[in-house]
Design a binder for this molecule. Sequence first.
Ligand SMILES: CCCCCCCC/C=C\CCCCCCCC(=O)SCCNC(=O)CCNC(=O)[C@H](O)C(C)(C)COP(=O)(O)OP(=O)(O)OC[C@H]1O[C@@H](n2cnc3c(N)ncnc32)[C@H](O)[C@@H]1OP(=O)(O)O
Length: 268
Amino acid sequence: MLGQIARRRLGLLLLLHGQQRLSNGLNGVSFNQLLSKETHRHTQSSFNTSSPISTMSLWPFSFQPRDFSLPNSSWSPEMCKAYDHYNALCDTDTENGEEKKRAPWKKLPSYNRSIKYATGGIHLSKLIQAKARLFTRNVKEQGATFEYVVFVNKEEKSCVCVFQAGRLLEGAPGHVHGGAIATMIDTVTGSLAGYLSGPIMTANLNLDYRNPMPLGSVVLIHSALDRIEGRKTFITCKVTSTDESKLYTEATALFVSISVGHLFGSRN
Ligand SMILES: CCCCCCCC/C=C\CCCCCCCC(=O)SCCNC(=O)CCNC(=O)[C@H](O)C(C)(C)COP(=O)(O)OP(=O)(O)OC[C@H]1O[C@@H](n2cnc3c(N)ncnc32)[C@H](O)[C@@H]1OP(=O)(O)O
């Protein structure tokens, strides 16, 4: 079971890195070798952005990409406090009687494009477009748009995103645009669905906006697995204030598992 979860997680990490080599073969590197390298790399501190040289020979990326979900000077005290709260729950060995247990929380890294850092492969070369950028990470000015970090709880099959909405996300005067909120909900629920089910695309997203969200707000986006039915992964979502007293938005989302070929026009 844990192995299965770890492999699913690796599937998402490969997607997050835009790594499509599972379908192409891994250039002689076994899946388990890759898994152990990846597991090792992501058990390092969230603040440690350097990667051991020994992992780089097998890791198919040219260098360590920047993780955009680490604290920066635009983060408000409220954002930092929420980050610190969830970060403290990550990856610490907790004493449980005589046994040591790994914490169920994990911070997901976040990059500004899908595949820049991958090298080689026919499919990859088709996908590598110099100007492509991930929508939520495409503005250079820190704090102007989407500042966020996602923490996954693998045991509860849920995640929490801490999101600070920047000044360029205005919709109604002084408030966050509904499309920006939808973007974040798609991103967070999609991250969880991908973590649990591997390669997916959004098929359906339903939103209820309950209260206007002031620009500059820091909110929590809580997502949880509802159910998996065959290729369909159903996720529920709630956006609240950091003290959870105010409900901003509720959502449900359906993600459908796809083959990598789906992104290249084939429907197998
Ligand atoms: C690999 C990409 C993952 C992204 C990660 C990259 C890394 C980035 C890093 C960080 C971000 C983190 C995450 C971001 C997440 C955001 C993801 C998006 O926003 S994706 C863009 C918007 N979505 C589309 O453009 C889909 C367009 N639609 C399609 O391609 C197809 O319609 C698709 C794949 C959804 C389904 O097509 P079929 O041919 O494969 O499968 P059929 O047979 O139609 O459906 C399968 C089942 O699903 C149900 N279904 C399909 N669509 C439905 C719908 N709209 N409502 C209800 N049911 C639906 C069907 O009834 C069927 O159910 P029955 O198996 O018969 O029970």
